[in-house]
Design a protein around this ligand. Structure first.
Ligand SMILES: Cc1cc2nc3c(=O)[nH]c(=O)nc-3n(C[C@H](O)[C@H](O)[C@H](O)COP(=O)(O)O)c2cc1C
Length: 264
């Protein structure tokens, strides 16, 4: 099984690649979080040969909070030495996401055989100084991704892993063990999201929000509750760019991976 979470499509593309390469089905963990599956958070493995993959974006040098929550709530039945892998997609640096995620899995009795990271176009635009990649950088990353995925598949098949397959640019301890907890405890939240007059009331933002934070009230999206994890799905995937985050996102470009363009 390939469990994945993806806000803007990068991790979805990776999950699809892995699903094809290892002939394992796909499961969007947002469906579990939003209680849209019949079985709740239980998953029973087919047999010992089933491989488990977790694919998600790196958020603030740690695993996306949607995936962390999924792991906390997951009940796995029939785990018997199955091979387990994780892939984090990131703009350029995943810090110690691998260590944090491996620990989360270990707390559930799941042993992570290997973690890989993959450089993909950046989608973080919620702070001053951060924006999507310039067109050329974005295209270069997308062009290199299939080769990087081939190498990941080869490494898994050969059981030959290397630290060099994890992107780190320095100060990982500070980023993952100081900034990531601060992000998780103090920064995430819906408070600055808003819609502008160009909203066409299509409801896509409410449909795709992984935490069910967005509800449609009188035809317009409203951010409610405390669950928002700032994944940025809503702000990037709005078809008319009607969502802003305070004034910080105004005038910044939006990004969606080509795999999602047809879906919207
Ligand atoms: C809240 C947030 C935090 C992010 N933090 C990082 C980061 O620490 N390092 C990094 O390289 N990219 C970071 N990014 C960029 C994403 O990891 C990257 O664009 C990812 O591939 C998006 O995957 P998705 O399209 O599947 O959602 C961040 C994005 C968001 C929304």
């Amino acid at each position: 099984m390939v469990f994945y979470f993806s806000a803007t499509g990068n991790s979805l593309w990776v999950a699809q690649y892995i699903s094809n390469a290892f002939n394992e089905p796909l499961c969007d963990v947002s469906d579990f979080i939003r209680k849209q599956t019949k079985v709740g958070n239980r998953y029973a493995l087919r047999d010992e040969a089933e491989m488990l993959f977790f694919v998600f974006p790196v958020h603030s040098w740690g695993p996306a909070l949607v995936m962390q929550r999924f792991i906390r709530e997951l009940q796995l039945d029939g785990l018997k030495g199955n091979r387990v892998f994780a892939i984090g997609t990131c703009g350029d640096d995943c810090g110690y996401t691998d260590r944090i995620f491996s620990k989360s899995l270990a707390e559930k009795g799941i042993f992570l055989e290997a973690f890989f990271s993959l450089k993909m176009p950046n989608n973080y635009i919620l702070m001053r100084g951060f924006g999507i990649d310039p067109e050329q950088v974005k295209n270069e990353k997308l062009a290199l991704a299939p080769h990087a995925m081939e190498q990941i598949v080869q490494a898994i098949n050969a059981r030959n892993y290397s630290e060099s397959m994890i992107l780190r640019t320095g100060m990982s301890w500070l980023k993952s063990y100081v900034v990531y907890p601060a992000f998780k405890n103090f920064m995430v939240g819906r408070q600055f999201f808003r819609t502008t007059d160009v909203c066409i009331s299509c409801g896509l933002c409410a449909k795709i929000c992984p935490t069910g934070t967005i509800v449609m009230l009188q035809g317009k999206p409203v951010w409610e509750g405390k669950e928002c994890v700032q994944c940025t799905a809503c702000i990037h995937r709005c078809p008319v760019q009607a969502i802003e985050f305070g004034r910080v996102s105004v005038g910044k470009g939006r990004y969606v991976h080509p795999v999602l363009v047809r879906k919207n």
